[in-house]
Design a protein around this ligand. Structure first.
Ligand code: NAD
Length: 481
């Protein structure tokens, strides 16, 4: 293994290159979005670090691919156990770097551990297509070699786990590039990997956004797995075209929830309200638009108002905090700009009072509902990525399906009904990679996490997630005669 002598500390953060921690002359840091205090310094990587890292990854990929699957699996399982053993430190770190409520931060780490373990239960065996007349034909999956995982700021641990497990199990070397707004836990996860994987197999580089293109245009990178916004994905696609580098995308969403007239208003409001406010709304697959049947619209809205009034907004380390700050200044400014638009267009905002954010220093926004805005309002059309939820009314099933589908996004969608035949009928017509009935935002690593339309393509999870990091290869064998 690369290095298992030094215990993990959570006070300093370095690049992980070729089995070692590695610093850069230039440094940067983020701020804790709740207190605005400076977080520790992290490296600012340049072409020099990129070249070193890719060279190490190439060497590592060659030997790692020869390690039997069962041994690679053991290493990932041991890594999962170690991440679990450090769940408290990683949870605390996520609160400081993202502003998450501690319970959400700890949940993210344990969820990541579960993903690592669930991936280890999958396999990608050779497939015999036929064996007749002295000829055998098989399809097998071979690693792409050097993989790059580009990660956004809103789920550093879980998204890193969703790239580490499939990339390493299938025999690739992986370089993680965290967001400049949340580099800490990803660097630490790569450092933890030094104890379990040979040098160069799992590396991480921190830097500004301009580090991304240095990786995506590099001729020795075989695959880029990008999670982030559609706007940046378009640039990534362009730069990957330089070398026809394989690329997959998990992008934004604007998930609708369609609530039918037969459900209990208090129960559905509690469930949808909770999901909409997860991570202060900064979740790609949060409920972002709610369509409620007119027969129960007022009752559900009233219950949602109660829910939004009752949540505690505050520092993630404070007891009972549900909604933390937005994770960084640019996101805070974006959401404030959307709030200004809601005010200018005189939309109906609820609750009128709501939880207080008086005296809070950081990037805090009071959670709000927007009652019955027009379908073309910005808050309905855009992904707010904040604690803001538009709530619309519907009466006709075909019409609400059309409105739910009227978006360039296609990540997830849910239907809430006691009548499973109705839910299924509606669900079958929704254009999204993930359809949830009486639930939302549930994911498991053993199942594809698909993205339709401009929410991306490829699947990071399930067997498709393993295939994502491979080239398929056909082998035709004849006996020599
Ligand atoms: P972003 O697109 O701004 O950044 C994502 C990553 O790309 C960062 O690491 C950034 O440094 C890097 N990057 C920036 N410019 C680059 C370039 N030219 N080339 C290569 N890399 C570059 O996204 P964000 O603001 O960090 O994250 C929020 C977005 O991510 C939201 O739209 C959210 O819905 C989406 N998201 C999607 C999923 C999913 O699985 N579908 C999960 C989480 C977040």
């Amino acid at each position: 293994m690369a290095d298992n002598s030094t215990p993990l500390t959570f006070t300093s953060f370095e690049n992980v290159i070729d089995g070692k921690l590695s610093s850069t002359e230039l440094k940067r840091h983020t701020v804790n979005p709740s207190t605005l205090e400076a977080n520790p310094d992290v490296p600012v990587s340049t072409q020099h670090e990129v070249d070193k890292t890719i060279a190490a990854a190439q060497a590592a990929a060659e030997s790692w691919a020869k390690v039997p699957w069962v041994e690679r699996k053991k290493a990932v399982e041991a890594y999962a156990d170690a991440l679990e053993a450090h769940a408290t430190e990683f949870g605390n770190l996520l609160v400081r770097e993202m502003g998450l409520a501690l319970s959400a931060a700890e949940f993210e780490v344990h969820w990541g551990v579960e993903w690592l373990r669930d991936f280890c239960k999958l396999s990608l065996p050779d497939k015999e297509i036929n064996a007749d007349c002295g000829r055998q034909v098989i399809e097998r999956y071979v690693p792409v070699g050097v993989g790059v995982g580009i990660i956004p700021w809103n789920g550093p641990v879980i998204l890193a786990c969703g790239k580490i497990a499939p990339a390493l199990l299938t025999g690739n070397a992986l370089i993680l590039k965290p967001s400049p707004f949340a580099p800490y836990s990803v660097l630490k996860m790569a450092e933890l990997g030094l104890q379990f994987f040979p040098r160069g197999v799992l590396q991480a580089l921190s830097g500004h956004d301009d580090l991304g293109p240095l990786l995506t245009t590099h001729p020795d990178v075989g695959k880029v797995s990008f999670t982030g916004s559609g706007a940046v994905a378009k640039k990534v696609m362009k730069s990957c075209s330089t070398n026809l580098t394989r690329v997959s995308f998990e992008l934004g969403g604007n998930d609708p929830a369609i609530v039918c007239g037969d459900v209990d208003p208090a129960t559905v409001a509690q469930k949808i309200g909770t999901i909409a406010l997860l991570r202060s709304g900064q979740l790609c697959m949060a409920v972002k638009r709610v369509y409620i049947h007119e027969s129960i619209y007022d009752a559900v809205l009233a219950e949602l108002v109660k829910h939004f009034e009752g949540v505690k907004v505050g520092d993630g380390f404070e007891k009972d905090t549900v909604v933390g700050p937005l994770s960084n200044q640019p996101q805070y400014e974006r959401v404030k700009e959307l709030l200004a638009n809601i005010e200018e267009t005189k939309l109906d905002v609820l609750p009128k009072g709501g939880p207080s954010i008086e005296g809070l220093k950081g990037f805090f926004i009071k959670p709000i509902l927007v009652a019955n805005p027009p379908d073309d309002a910005r808050v309905v059309v855009e992904e707010p990525f904040g604690p803001i939820l538009p709530v619309m009314k519907w009466s006709d099933e075909a019409d609400v399906i059309q409105r739910a589908n009227d978006t360039s996004y296609g990540l997830g969608a849910s239907v809430w009904s006691k009548d499973l035949a109705q839910a299924d009928r509606i669900g079958n017509r929704l254009q999204a990679g993930n359809i949830w009935i009486n639930t939302h935002a549930e994911l498991q690593a053993s199942t594809a996490f698909a993205c339709h339309k401009q929410s991306g393509y490829g699947s990071e999870l399930g067997v498709d997630g393993l295939k994502n990091w491979c080239n398929v290869q056909a082998v035709y064998t004849r006996t020599f005669s």
